[in-house]
Design a binder for this molecule. Sequence first.
Ligand code: ARG
Length: 591
Amino acid sequence: NDQRMAGSPRQQLAKLFEESLRLTIPEELDIDPAIAPCQNPKFGDYQCNNAMGLWSKVKGKSTQFKNPQQIGQAIKANLPSSEMLDGSSIAGPGFVNVKLSGQWIAKSIQNMLMDGIETWAPKLSVKRAVVDFSSPNIAKEMHVGHLRSTIIGDTLARMLEYSNVEVLRRNHVGDWGTQFGMLIEFLFEKFPSLEVVNDQAIGDLEDMLAFYKASKLRFDSDPDFKERAQRAVVSLQAGEEKYRKAWAEICKISRTGYEKVYEHLGVELEEKGESFYNPYIPNALELLNKKGLIEESEGARVIFIEGKKIPLIVVKRDGGYNYASTDLAALWYRLNEEKAEWIIYVTDVGQREHFEMLFAAAKRAGWLPADDKTYPKASHVGFGLVLGEDGKRFRTRSTETVKLVDLLIEAKSRCKTALIERGKDKEWTGEELDKTAEAVGYGAVKYADLKNNRTTNYTFSFDQMLNDKGNTAVYLLYAHARICSIIRKSGKDIEELKKVGKIDLAHPDERVLGLHLLQFAEVVEDSCTNLLPNGLCEYLYNLSEDFTGFYTNCQVVGSAEETSRLLLCEATAVVMRKCFHLLGITPVYKI
Ligand code: ARG
């Protein structure tokens, strides 16, 4: 029973090796066990890599050890006996390889089937995190970059939530700044009879981007208008009723646009836009000023950062605040009011410099610890561009950037066409067809984005992402559906089997699959700590490959091992579903 909730194999092995290291070299107490999967499965499942590092510490001092290999030998000899191990060996200059017991792997999987996959959740040392993601700008376009931020941010939030971290999902929308003077004035001009826009006008303004562009044109070409717009900013910031209302209307219209995207994607976010932090800016800047961080430079107030040519501007020359002033106030708020231990910002890599400066300023102020190992911690999750198949920045046929909702709708409709071509419209109800097309279509868009290392650019291609072969959501969702159908067709009650059946990993392909299942928590943990969701995608793809290996070589239904193998099918389906869930993808059960 203590096997339940005991952590991933890596964590449990770390405990065993910790004990062994303490016995081996008692004078080096704070050595962390370095445990990793074996490079070559021929040698074992996991290896402990501490011998070399320890050797460099005791070399010349120790009478007991003459070389790293001897340290490795001692580590191996001092390993406490455990039911999880099935032998160990030494390789190279002291690597200790261990093989896990097949029975132990089987039992761990059985326990998971009984107690639920939540028992496999990784244990992280953070309790509360802010994930700042999506964050489009009011009245400007919500572009594919914001789609990437939404998809990546949602996945990171889901993985942290699964790991029992309380996540504050924050939509840091750009809803403040001088552009609002121009927008408000233009609104008054277009709707002179309505000081504040009514619903009819909202309909007319649906294309906010066009509205933005028209008002910008007016701003740039008419000095009179420009002056009024500048006065409007002052009135807005002074809190004048009429201006506040107009501002709120403009925000509301924009919001209905991007909320449509969130609804399609099933993403939840809480909007705390730039305007929210505005009242906190003076206080935050005062705190930084008291620490002597803020200096005068060319009429602006700035913070100099070591190693950076340009300083972080925190008050502009005209006395106004900017993006950085808001982010300083938001960081202060998140640390002190929301008590977040980890603050994660998901934007394109183009903003790396901004965040480096922001974090450096916070470290200088003592808001964040100087090293990146202790909490509270701030991390910038940068991602690359979305490219079209022509290798250029992704656009649609028209000159405008892609309307995001249309992208999702197209993915879905292409999936529907493919399903109809396979005759599914005759087999399924209209609702089933629609639901499946939606799950596969949206899943494909998300997975195509997440499977790449986020820092690289990626090419948006419907043909690639909707391919039912290769590393795509379509392939993986179908693989899952096929496993479900194997179980269904067996005619066995899987809930009953879970209670009475036993898993046995006698065949090598069963063992490979079993071990891979067990490594799920390690992969989620790594994806969280490195903030790289592509690790989880890779795991999911490899899992389906291992399943194929198993299914090709091991007969399931009608074999002597049927019960054990059906349970292995079920465990694979459960882990796959959890992967889908963490990636924000809706699983499908039949195909
Ligand atoms: N609105 C910004 C943009 O569209 C992203 C905001 C990111 N979050 C932040 N706290 N700066 O580029």
